[in-house]
Each structure stands twice: as structure tokens, then as C-alpha cells.
Design a protein around this ligand. Structure first.
Ligand code: BES
Ligand code: MN
Ligand code: ZN
Length: 495
């Protein structure tokens, strides 16, 4: 997709489709008025008919309007002018793009000069437009024999917005495009089936990212190399699988070598059967999404490189397949983590924390300024937050606050749960230093408590994305969350 800024009043813009907003109660926006005058009151007539009232996200397509240069005019409801915040604006853009995607319009122009978003600036709006356009253009067809019809829209433009420099809008468009592409990359990795997207496949993807970007280097540790480092916990998860576990280490260099990096660590269980503590059969297919944390890390590294952020970032993926077999780890088995702590594996389905703890110990060697892990870790996070919030737990309230703010800004929201010491004793074990489960209650918190035992020396936050990473049901598919949150966080950091 190409993005640009176009000057000119909406009726004179030559495009296949011009999008103009309508406020609620059928109030014409400035752009809609200009078109209405040129087009012989075509819009007023529609509003009089009552077919469109300007409700947020409502749409109406007009073909071949007289007196207008564009082939189509798309009216989009913008709702209450005083309530058009960032979230509402994103919904409006998404609704317009959904219609233009179905049409055959190759060049779509958004005439939004008069639009003021209450709590965001125009560069944000430009970024959101390109991000939404990228996301709207993604359709999964990799493993279908009939390929999806190519998306007709090839270019999206926006009118120069008031009070904003062209340069800022252009930067916004670039930024949103990079984020949107990264979100799609994460979605694609998530959507691929477990027999394609294996730990080795993830490693290949990370390696090819480094091949495409000079600023990124990727190192893949084999099981043998991990054994030498003492990663008995991570390795215990993959012992039942024919697929080799991998520790994937991606390093992005955007600042001086000695500048301490920011670390992101992803759970990459490419399929989670539960192991010997086998999961029930219903919807088990969705456990191919158990590597969405890893996908968000790989995709974020790509966006960081594309945006040339002036910092260093290290992205680590702990990849394994959790299978039952005669070699699989059994309940009651005790493993020794890289940190030296011993772990009693009371439930082999609590495997995410087992791979993450060694990856978190491993990143200590980079002396990161902050560490964020991203994991589809607990069913309890789905029960608590549904699909709207990323669960956030941290040993540093300042870091948590920043992440909440970043999520708010990019509409990829996170909400904090307590990481109080009171919960730690639930992980006591009679036979090892720590148990890998904390019982049936407060599952998201006890999972984070487990991880906190391995991040004591670090400024660390944990995002449990079990509810936000994919949709179930008819719309089944990966969402690409929390890529935009991670990119926002990293964009705000300094070397
Ligand atoms: N990958 C799952 C978590 C999950 C379950 C995500 C359902 C989304 C939907 C994780 O490995 C897991 O199985 N967690 C267990 C932990 C329990 C055994 C302590 C869970 O949440 O049930
Ligand atoms: Mn599990
Ligand atoms: Zn899992």
C-alpha cells in the first residue's frame, strides 16, 4: 500500500473513492458540505431520506456523483463531534476501510480536514489511518488452495490536516504503516498451523528478518547449546516432542554498541497439548496460537528495524512444542533451571512459565534497561479480562504505568493486576525450590509470581495476552496484539 498527503478540496480530488465524515443527526462535515454543493445536494438528499444518520461507523457509498472528480463518495458516520476521541476515530476509519476494501476502488482518499480528534493530534490520526489500512488489507490464505482475491486498494491518501506540518503527517503515515505491517506479520505467524509453524520455523523467520535488515542479527541456540547453559526448565517442555526446541535471540542495533538494550521475551509454544497433563479436546486447535507472544516479539523487532529507532533492543523467543510421549516430562518431575533454582513440575500444562523462566535468566546477560515478557500464559487471564485487556503485572510500578499509558495511546490496552508477596507462598513445593503451579485460584497472578522469581534483579513487566492474542468463533484468528503497544513503548525510549 502507498500512502500520501493530497491537497485540494474534496470534490476536486481525483480518486476512486473519497471518504467524508457525517456527524450525528445528519450534520454535514465541512468536507461533506463541499461535496454536497458540487454534487447538487446529493448528500443532503440521502440524509433527508433517513438512510444515514451519522452514527459512528455507519457507511453509505455513492457511485458516480455528479460534479465530483472522484468515482465514488463514501459517507462515514463520525458520531457526536464532542465525543470523537481516538478510539471513536479508529472505529470510523476501520468502518470506512471495510467498505472500500469490498469495493474495487484502487485509490482511496480520506478528506478529514475539519476533523478534530478530542484527545489525539493529527499525526496520530494519520498513523492510525495507515495502520488501519494495513490491517484491513490482511487476509489469511496461506494454507488455502484458492487464494484470496487481491485487495483492490493500492493507495490511500489523506488531506493535509490543519495545524499540522506535512512532515509530521508523513512521519505518522510511515509509522502507522510499519506498525500495521508488523501486526499483520504477527497475525500470520499466529494463524499458521502447528505443523507448519514449529520452533524451527520461528527460528527461520527470525533469521530471515536479520537477512533483510542489516541492523538485526539473529542467533539460534540448539537444544545442545541450551543444555550447556543449564536450561533444564525450558528443555523439559520439549522432551515429548519430535520438534527441536529453540532459543531465538534477535539483536537490533540502533544505538552505540555500549548502549544497554531493552529486552522483549516471547512465549513460543508452537502447540500446547498440555503434555502428560493433557488438555481436554474441545477447541484444542486454538493452542496453535500459544506462540503469539513469540510472534509479537519477532514482528516488533521488524517494526523497530523499519522505524530505525535510536536504541538497542534484544528480542528473545523461547520456542518449544508441548507434547505427551514416553519421553515427556511427567507430573512430579523436578527440573533445574538456568538460575540454579529447582522446579517441581506439578502440571505439565503450565509449560509457558517453564520456557520463559530460562529465557528471562538468559537475558540478564545483556543487562537490559527493562525486560518485558509477552505470553499466552493463563486461561485465568481470559476469565478475568476477556479479549479487551492485556493482563499486566510488574515488579516496577513506574514501568507498569508507562505500559498502561502506551496501550491507551495506541488502543492496545493493558490493565494491571497485583504482584503482592502474599501470593508467593502458593508456589511452595515440598520437593523443590518452587512448584510450577499455584493452585486453582488467582491463576494469572501466581503465574506471574513464578516468573518474578527469575527476574528479581531486573526491571520487569509481564503481559499475559491469553485473552487478547486471538479471536475464537467465526472470526477465529490472531489479532497481532500487543505489537502496537510494544512498538509504542520502544518508540518512547532513549539510548
Ligand atoms: N497456553 C495455556 C494458557 C491458555 C489457555 C491460553 C486457554 C488461552 C486459552 C497455558 O499453557 C496453560 O495451559 N495454562 C494453564 C495453567 C494451569 C495448568 C496452572 C491454564 O491456564 O489452565
Ligand atoms: Mn499449557
Ligand atoms: Zn501454553
Amino acid at each position: 500500500m502507498r500512502y500520501s498527503i493530497k491537497a485540494g478540496s474534496p470534490e476536486k480530488i481525483s480518486a476512486d473513492c473519497v471518504v467524508v465524515p457525517i456527524w450525528n443527526k445528519g450534520t454535514l462535515s465541512e468536507e461533506a458540505k463541499q461535496i454536497d454543493v458540487a454534487a447538487n445536494k446529493a448528500i443532503s438528499k440521502i440524509l433527508q431520506s433517513g438512510d444515514l444518520v451519522g452514527k459512528l461507523g455507519e457507511t453509505q457509498l455513492i457511485h458516480n456523483p455528479v460534479g465530483v472528480a472522484a468515482k465514488r463518495v463514501l459517507l462515514v458516520g463520525a458520531g457526536d463531534k464532542k465525543k470523537l476521541n481516538g478510539k471513536a476515530a479508529a472505529k470510523m476509519l476501520g468502518a470506512a476501510l471495510k467498505v472500500s476494501r469490498k469495493s474495487q476502488a484502487g485509490a482511496v482518499h480520506f478528506a478529514l480536514n475539519s476533523l478534530a480528534v478530542t484527545d489525539r493530534d493529527s499525526a496520530w490520526l494519520a498513523a492510525r489511518l495507515s495502520q488501519e489500512a494495513e490491517i484491513a488489507s490482511y487476509q489469511y490464505d496461506t494454507t488455502k488452495s484458492k487464494k484470496a482475491k487481491a485487495y483492490a486498494t493500492k493507495s490511500v491518501s489523506i488531506t493535509a490536516l490543519p495545524g499540522s506540518r506535512r512532515k509530521n503527517l508523513e512521519a505518522g503515515l510511515k509509522r502507522g504503516q510499519a506498525i500495521g505491517k508488523a501486526v499483520n506479520r504477527a497475525r500470520e505467524l499466529g494463524n499458521l498451523p502447528g505443523n507448519v509453524c514449529t520452533p524451527s520455523y520461528l527460528a527461520q523467520q527470525a533469521t530471515s528478518l536479520a537477512d533483510r535488515n542489516r541492523s538485526v542479527t539473529t542467533q539460534v541456540l540448539s537444544e545442545k547449546q541450551m543444555a550447556r547453559l543449564g536450561m533444564g526448565s525450558l528443555l523439559s517442555v520439549g522432551t515429548g516432542s519430535a520438534e527441536e526446541s529453540k532459543l531465538i535471540v534477535m539483536r537490533y542495533k540502533g544505538a552505540k554498541v555500549e548502549s544497554k538494550p531493552y529486552a522483549i521475551v516471547g512465549k513460543g509454544i508452537t502447540f500446547d497439548t498440555g503434555g502428560i497433563s493433557l488438555k481436554p479436546g474441545g477447541a484444542m486447535d486454538e493452542m496453535k496460537f500459544d506462540m503469539c507472544g513469540a510472534a509479537s516479539v519477532v514482528a516488533t523487532m521488524g517494526a523497530v528495524a523499519e522505524l530505525k529507532l535510536p536504541i538497542n533492543v534484544v528480542g528473545v523467543v523461547a520456542a518449544a512444542e508441548n507434547m505427551p510421549s514416553s519421553r515427556a516430562t511427567k507430573p512430579g518431575d523436578i527440573v533445574t533451571s538456568m538460575s540454579g533454582k529447582t522446579i517441581e513440575v506439578l502440571n505439565t500444562d503450565a509449560e509457558g512459565r517453564l520456557v520463559l523462566c530460562d529465557a528471562l535468566t538468559y537475558v540478564e546477560k545483556f543487562k537490559p534497561r527493562s525486560v518485558i515478557d509477552i505470553a499466552t500464559l493463563t486461561g485465568a487471564a481470559v476469565a478475568t479480562f476477556g479479549s479487551h485487556a492485556n493482563a499486566l503485572l510488574s515488579n516496577n510500578d513506574k514501568l507498569a504505568e508507562i505500559l498502561i499509558d502506551c496501550g491507551e495511546e495506541v488502543l492496545d490496552r493493558a490493565w494491571q493486576l497485583p504482584l503482592w508477596d502474599d501470593y508467593q507462598s502458593l508456589l511452595n513445593s515440598n520437593f523443590a525450590d518452587i512448584a510450577n503451579i499455584g493452585g486453582p485460584r488467582a491463576g494469572t497472578i501466581t503465574a506471574a509470581c513464578f516468573l518474578s522469581r527469575f527476574t528479581e534483579k531486573q526491571k520487569w513487566a509481564h503481559l499475559d495476552i491469553a485473552g487478547s492474542a486471538w479471536h475464537s468463533g467465526a472470526q477465529k484468528g490472531a489479532t497481532g496484539r500487543p505489537v502496537s503497544l510494544l512498538v509504542e513503548y520502544l518508540s518512547r525510549q532513549k539510548a
